[in-house]
Design a protein around this ligand. Sequence first.
Ligand SMILES: C[S@@+](CC[C@H](N)C(=O)[O-])C[C@H]1O[C@@H](n2cnc3c(N)ncnc32)[C@H](O)[C@@H]1O
Length: 691
Amino acid sequence: MIKDIFQQNENVHSNDKQLAVLREHFPACFKKDGSFDIELFKEAIVDKTNVVQEGYELKFLGKGYAKLLASTDTTTVVQPNEAHNSLQENVNSENIYISGDNLDGLKHLLKSYHRSVKCIYIDPPYNTGSDGFVYQDNFNYTKEILQEKLSVSEDEAQRILDITKRGSASHSAWLMFTYSRLLLAKDLLTDNGVVFISIDDNEQANLKLLCDDVFGEENFLGQIIHNKLNSKNDTINIQKNHDYVTCYQRKVNYNSASQITPSLESKASVTKEVFKEGDHFYIINDSITTRGDGGTLNNRRNLGYTVYYNPTTKDFVGVQDYDLELAKISNDEDEVYSDNVELLNKGYTKIRPPKVRGQLGAWTWELKNFNDCKDEILIKQNKNGYSVKKRTFIPSETISMEDNRYFTTYEYIKNVRSIAEFSTNEGTTQLSETLGVDGVFNNPKNINLIQYLIGLADCKHSIVLDFFSGSASTAHGVMQINAKDGGNRKFISVQLPEVLSADNTSQKVAYEFLQENSLPKTLDYIGIERIKRAAAKIEEEYPGKQLDLGFKHYVLVEPNQNTLDRLESFDKAGLLADTTVLNDFGKPTILTTWLNADGYGLTVQAEAIDLNGYIAYFINKHLYLIDAGFRLENMKALIQRYDTEGNFNPENLVLFGYSFPDWSINEMIEKNLRILNDSEKNLKINFSVRY
Ligand SMILES: C[S@@+](CC[C@H](N)C(=O)[O-])C[C@H]1O[C@@H](n2cnc3c(N)ncnc32)[C@H](O)[C@@H]1O
């Protein structure tokens, strides 16, 4: 499990991921020794593609290193917080909170949530110089290994190590940090999935180029300028009242079932009064008259007819009774229009398009359309004369009644604007009100901004991921928007458990808050506590509403040195099981890590099954044997299950190697599985041992 991963990681190079994709689709471009032949590749694609000779790309120190970090597997395990997860409000929850480094978090998530996330919102450190961003890591690469793996000079390898070992807040360090994470995050997105990244001027330009590299320039949806509505005073430079939200989609205009789906949708809902005519219900829309500068009769000369309306019979008709040539030069209604005396004599009154900015106006409907669709036209008298409006008939099921009046509420799609206004002070107030104390976390995002972005991605029943969770405003926003619109979105939040100190002025309030509430003094517990308190408030505001307001909590744990030593010294060919390794990790951790690694997700439970006194863990296609002490009588009980229980067909038998050192037991299992494979059930059972 971990030892296997250490061994795999040793053989990883920075471009392995990209080469694996090429190998899958262009096997003929690889030579016998596994090396890639770029000339063959060019030949393979040249017919359809213009191979661009002129190079253009974002280069920075450590770019290859970031790719290497994204290519290696995590050596952490996933420890469930069992006390928390078994509470009534959490036991069936599919929301997830992960305490750990997001590089590891994303790698774990990819094993089960690959291409499953519809919306990612992140608010990474902006690298302002005062936000505490410093890139540093503890991967134990030597200069020589980096030279070999990244194909870089000794000097470059040394400069990378200088950053990663001593820590740096340079642009290269920030890019290195962000690139590895975005490379991983991209593969979590569904094809029509969207990523929103908050950023400010410190790294905005770099982030744009970095995202072009990761997601492809053609998948850039745009950049929202977020007006923070703050009153920051900068007397020297241009005062900055905004930051940005950079938006990309995994594949723009992803074609699902031959239907082009819009990338982002800004939805708004509106409640309108409904009117009745006979058995039919309708709502009244806007007037069918032009408004803007382009809407004058001079500009729209075929749209200036007169509507003759009979107030007694309610009959009406549109009549073309104006001079097109005069409309070009005159602004005088009496000059341009000639009255239809016959209709006026019959009691009709004339209605002409209202003026637009002092000039003769026009209708928005052509005359033929107007006279053909009279049902959809509503003429009403008002204090200025008459208004001519469109009405829309609606089905009776959509109507509710209040005080003897009818109403309907519906959603409509608006264009997404590139400027959005959400006050940052409001974000601070939201957090203070939720936690009951001010100043626990600096600059939390306004949850209305987050709800707005989630709404754009139209993900009412999907996963929303934030791997820079901070004070958990995204989790809060997801619960809140679900409560409002009846959605069933799930959140996944990842936050580094930064250790807080009472001596650090910027952490003092958070530290004291955690102390007062008897919580661990790490930053992830601010987010955890916020989610709990926000959930309680939402429950109060929406009593009885079916909402997932719980969450499962997992901690990513790096095995300690003792465990690593034991893994190293374990004798695979020995006879004795090493139960200390099992105890070090804990069975729930091994099970959770494996279930997730095998694609079942983090929130499922395996069923404990009794095989004549030996407890194994079963889920769908997998059976896990974790404890030591598996014997022939347990194997017989297992075979009996395969033989007699129709729904019991796990195709993969997975053993925890440290509990199964005795090759004779493993041989016994393999032999019996072979017999089962040949049996009537036509089973194909794979057998693997994980270390
Ligand atoms: C700008 S804050 C996010 C604030 C958040 N949007 C909110 O409204 O509260 C960035 C957060 O990312 C966290 N962070 C930084 N590096 C991280 C890492 N490698 N893994 C997980 N979280 C990380 C920081 O601790 C910080 O809480």
